[in-house]
Design a protein around this ligand. Structure first.
Ligand SMILES: NC(=O)c1ccc[n+]([C@@H]2O[C@H](COP(=O)([O-])OP(=O)(O)OC[C@H]3O[C@@H](n4cnc5c(N)ncnc54)[C@H](O)[C@@H]3O)[C@@H](O)[C@H]2O)c1
Length: 398
């Protein structure tokens, strides 16, 4: 950039489809909107199919490409490894990257199991590298503003959270067996994919989980074998069928350490809901609610409003005083899904500059996975399961 010299963080990204596009876009735009000390350099992208990765590099603006992530990690001109691959590869890539002294940014869920996630945390801590996990919904200005309201005591003691993440993209029984429906690649279904996000929002806004009681269901047990897929779409290869071995829906109740209670529902069978990530939180002095499909708005209710005028009001979190808003446009000139990734990228780059791992980091990923695993145990035992019990059984103290 003319006349301005910034520190550079040279990035190597593994994977280049749905999340690859979202992360690439964030790196392209972050220095445009935010005046921080560090700028990302889109050094190299990695994928196993040479023609595909070459095309993706050209389209998304990466300077070079590799076809083996091990080669990417060996490169001396890379500072940060960004993992946007399927869940079965997160642990191996992240641990190798940390051992090579690279900072690591990983998609959620951190991995497929608590044990793998704990090993990832151990590796980044042992090697002293910066780490983050992508729970991008935290970085919607309205969610950050919700956090401010709660932290400043405007809602008082928190009683309830009710969070849902409702999708409907696999309701058609002829939709193929994409990797998200294969336990060996994904670890779990709607649970790790969607519940992981609302668990993160609950930990961010309410606090640590104490115990959970859940159930999980698979409605369609067999699907056509997949030919190719990307993100939430896919095509079938033939009439041949394969087993769906993950949950289609996961529902659970929770108690928190601070006395709050919550209900959580994650499903891919909620017809009419394309990406219904929503929560409502009720406290002694007020309530808030948020819906990603109207992500600029936070609905707020205060008990001390004048009688007769009480009710939820809608705050457009686009004013200068709202988190991240001043980097973008004038009030009510709204931002979108992709900006949550840009806001997270700012935190990641600042963390690398100043030498700390911003939250959500791998510790958050491990704590999240402990909640997910506790729900899975509860669903199979039909009992309440305490988070500390699950953490202890993973032989990793947090
Ligand atoms: N934060 C979010 O809101 C969000 C949204 C969607 C997906 N995700 C997460 O992002 C990750 C990727 O999901 P997606 O939707 O982008 O999937 P996708 O199917 O669109 O892309 C996954 C890519 O990973 C590649 N890949 C898998 N193993 C690899 C390996 N060993 N080496 C190189 N490339 C490899 C695949 O070839 C594919 O290109 C998952 O962990 C998913 O849970 C997060």
């Amino acid at each position: 950039m003319v006349g301005i010299s910034k520190k550079q963080v040279r990035i190597g990204m593994v994977g280049y489809k749905f999340m690859g596009k979202a992360h690439s876009h964030a790196y392209r735009d972050v220095a445009f909107y935010f005046d921080n000390n560090v700028e990302p350099v889109m050094q190299a992208i990695c994928g196993r199919n040479e023609a595909g990765v070459k095309e993706a590099a050209a389209k998304m603006g990466w300077q070079s490409y590799e076809t083996d992530w091990r080669k990417l990690i060996e490169r001396e001109d890379i500072d940060l490894i960004d993992i946007v691959t399927t869940n079965n590869s997160h642990a191996e890539i992240a641990i190798a990257a940390a051992e090579a002294g690279k900072h690591v940014y990983c998609e959620k869920p951190l991995s497929m199991t608590l044990e793998q996630s704990a090993r990832m945390l151990e590796a980044v801590e042992k090697n002293g590298v910066i780490h983050m996990i992508n729970h991008n919904y935290r970085f919607a200005p309205a969610v950050q503003f919700a956090k401010r309201l709660i932290q400043s005591g405007r809602l008082g003691k928190i009683y309830h959270i009710r969070a849902t993440y409702l999708q409907d993209w696999i309701m058609d029984p002829s939709f193929p067996l994409v990797w998200r429906l294969n336990k060996e690649v994904s670890g779990s279904g709607a649970h790790g994919d969607l519940a992981a996000h609302i668990v993160d929002l609950a930990r961010f806004l309410v606090g640590e989980f104490k115990e959970v009681n859940g159930m999980m269901e698979t409605f369609i047990k067999e699907r056509p074998i997949v030919e190719q897929s990307s993100g939430l779409s896919g095509t079938a290869s033939s009439e041949q069928m394969g087993e769906v071995n993950v949950d289609d829906a996961s529902i659970f109740m929770a108690r928190f350490e601070n006395g709050a209670i919550g209900t959580f529902e994650a499903t891919r069978f909620a017809g009419g809901n394309r990406n219904g990530n929503r929560f409502e939180i009720n406290g002694e002095k007020g309530s808030i609610r948020w819906d990603v499909e109207h992500m600029n708005n936070l609905q707020v209710y205060f008990h001390d409003d004048e009688p007769g005028l009480q009710g939820y009001r809608t705050i457009s979190c686009t004013e200068e005083m709202h988190p991240y808003a001043s980097a973008y446009w004038p009030a009510a000139h709204i931002i979108g899904y992709e900006h949550t990734f840009i806001n997270l990228a700012v935190e990641l780059l600042n963390g690398i500059d100043k030498g700390y791992s911003p939250s959500p980091n791998f510790m958050d990923g491990v704590k999240n996975q402990a909640v997910l695993e506790a729900v899975e145990q509860s669903a199979s035992s039909r009992q309440w399961v305490s988070i500390s019990q699950v953490q202890q059984s993973s032989e990793y103290s947090m």
